[in-house]
Design a protein around this ligand. Sequence first.
Ligand code: ADP
Ligand code: ZN
Ligand code: ZN
Length: 806
Amino acid sequence: MYAQVIVDVPTMQTNQPYTYEIPAALAELVQPGMRVVVPFGRGTRRVQGFVVGTTETTTTDAPLKSIDELIDVTPVLNHEMLALADWLAKSNFAFKISVLQAMLPNVMRAKYVKTVQLIDESAVADDAQLTAFFADRYEVPLDDDHVAPELLKSIQRLQRQGHVAINYYVGDKAKIKKVTALKPLMSSQAYDDARQKLNKVAKQQARLLTFLMTAPNEWIAQKQVLDATGIDYATLKKAESNGWIARQEIEQYRIPQLTSKIESTTPLPLTADQQAVFDQLKPSLQSKDHQTFLLEGVTGSGKTEIYLQDMAEVLAQGKTALMLVPEITLTPQMVRRVKSRFGESVAVLHSALSDGERYDEWRRIERGEAKVVVGARSAIFAPLDNLGLIILDEEHDASYKQEDNPRYHARDVAAWRAEYHGATLLLGSATPALESRARAQKGLYTLLRLPNRINQQPLPPVEVVDMRQAMKQGEDELFSHQLLEAIQQRLNRGEQSVLLLNRRGYANYVNCRDCGYTPTCINCDLALTMHKASHNMVCHYCGYQEPIPEQCPNCGSKRIRPFGAGTQKVETLLQQYFPQAKTLRMDLDTTRKKGATDQMLEAFGRHEADILLGTQMIAKGLDFPDVTLVGVLNADTTLALPDFRSAERTFQLLTQVSGRAGRDEKHGEVVVQTFNPEHYAIQFAKQHDYEGFYRYEMNLRKDWQYSPYFYTIQLKITHEQQNEAARVAYQIADWLKPHLDEQAVMLGPSMGSVARLNNKYVYRIIIKYKKSEHLFKALDELMQTGQQLQKQKVGLVIDRDPVNFV
Ligand code: ADP
Ligand code: ZN
Ligand code: ZN
């Protein structure tokens, strides 16, 4: 028997599996989806691999190595996951090993230990450095990065001479948490009899027997019994030897806990609007046909209640449900809502979990014990079987795109899985991605709408404050008098405010404080980015450059300069303006600790603070009745992103954050500060007019040939030396050109935004295209040569549908 194995060797990336012989001892055991340890290369190196197939025969004549060890008893990846990995690797120019690893919890990745084993002691006797290294040991762990170069050279020399051997060990970091537990072995009556026969002084034994008489016939944690009865350990040991109980170690799941108790809830009676939406979904939820729905519902329209009832519907049919939410920050409130409805059958997967918790949740899902999964992006790989429904809440959110190897978009993976299972895919948002809305227009998705808030609660009025005027009147760059007054009013009334400091993708853009002008590219209509080092403004899309302006080309003002302020600075300012107010600051720094987000939001929910100040992370999902003011300090940051989606991002962000105001009976108000009050993204957001924005933006995208009219591929070429990065970039561009269809457009190569990232120079090529067939073949070929590039220390990234051009 032979096994096809994808090996974990970063420097030899290929999507071609290697064939290994299956030794007789493992013949019956090896199955696709299991992890194995295999020898690799010429030396004694051993690596982890995934079995992706087995065959009776092989066509190669070359001598084959055989599998050393089997890591798993049962496959950790099923047929679906293996097929998904194939597709994902191919369609995203990713390496299969990284996809397979991304599908599993971190702890299941291989842990490698490399050691140096001393064979001939006399060979090191004269060398002080080597003697110190071995320090009377025969086998010493070797960490190449932390060993002095001369020492490493000596070790290599000794290896060549056969005096030392390098060994490789492949381990599994996964640890199961075990606790000692006991289980009653006798009937209630038998325990009672035993108790009658006891000596009167055996008080502890009597207490234990009384406990056992009413205990359930299952494993109970030992600690729990000790706590409940107050008996000592010796009594338990005696009970075991008497044959009263069984004792052994059992596995205990580490289930992530929220900071406060979860009350259970029942489905709300749906409003007429919600019912109409639900009725349209129901046939699909009950059938095995794959169908995609786009639920376009304003903030607070009751989308989440629909998600919950849809999940209940598929669960009732014995199927499972998967729900993605954008970021960890949204999870506490959302997790609470889902758990309160479905209790213990809910598993949660997001990056704030400890490795152990993540591993345990993964296994609860894999074993079929959890039927509902809520999680962030990578939860899309949750090993749920028999999926009936996949929900992407806030489906437009950019965090669904994974930017690191393997690059993928969770929405695409969701579509693939929904099709595989014949499941319903439900995309929900107040501000759908243009691509999704356009697909609904074409009839590829079914469009469902909830245009009103629950109970006809109005959307909050939005006041747009012109910061050019504020500046002329000598006001603060971050706090106009309108915003200050609005905050003061809330403080007087005992209501709460949410303030957003918009810092997404914080780019070095400049703008004119007098007229709001931001320099843009003449070719692309995108904001130019300031490169201080080279003293110019650069277009990240096509590479166009111009000098940094000393005065505004539009109005002549000298007050044209970079924009930026941190949350800490704003917090200090707030303290100066409102010394009596209590402010909570929520940003990456204050939420790093586990559970910090949850605690902060709960404290704010209990009204322990008057103002919640934060970055993008506060824009979504929060639902607090006392919040009646939302202030956006600087709406322009997203507008100035060097990205064709900058207007869309701005519209989305403003709409999301406005949605936080006045969700209860109290009416809300939104204040948006901007240097570009006429900008259509801001104007449509002011009107809460998604459909209007959609139509306007689609026209622009058509004119400028952007998505969804054209697809985009971004190639990034990196090297430590600038001229080398440039040379390879031009070489690749020249090689690719003949493979492009007539409609396709190539931009660049141009220098990357941050000229040097991690000490590497970045060059990028952007290709806009309509048909992918020829292009993808060429890119695939290019990727296969990646190994050769790697030898030249050139990095190559092929990014399909990039969401980030910074
Ligand atoms: P969305 O997800 O669209 O922002 P939510 O589902 O959070 O909206 O609903 C907004 C508010 O309305 C929540 O407080 C929710 O509990 C409440 N709600 C939703 N559906 C109903 C309903 N059918 N009856 C009463 N209240 C509802
Ligand atoms: Zn100006
Ligand atoms: Zn340009």
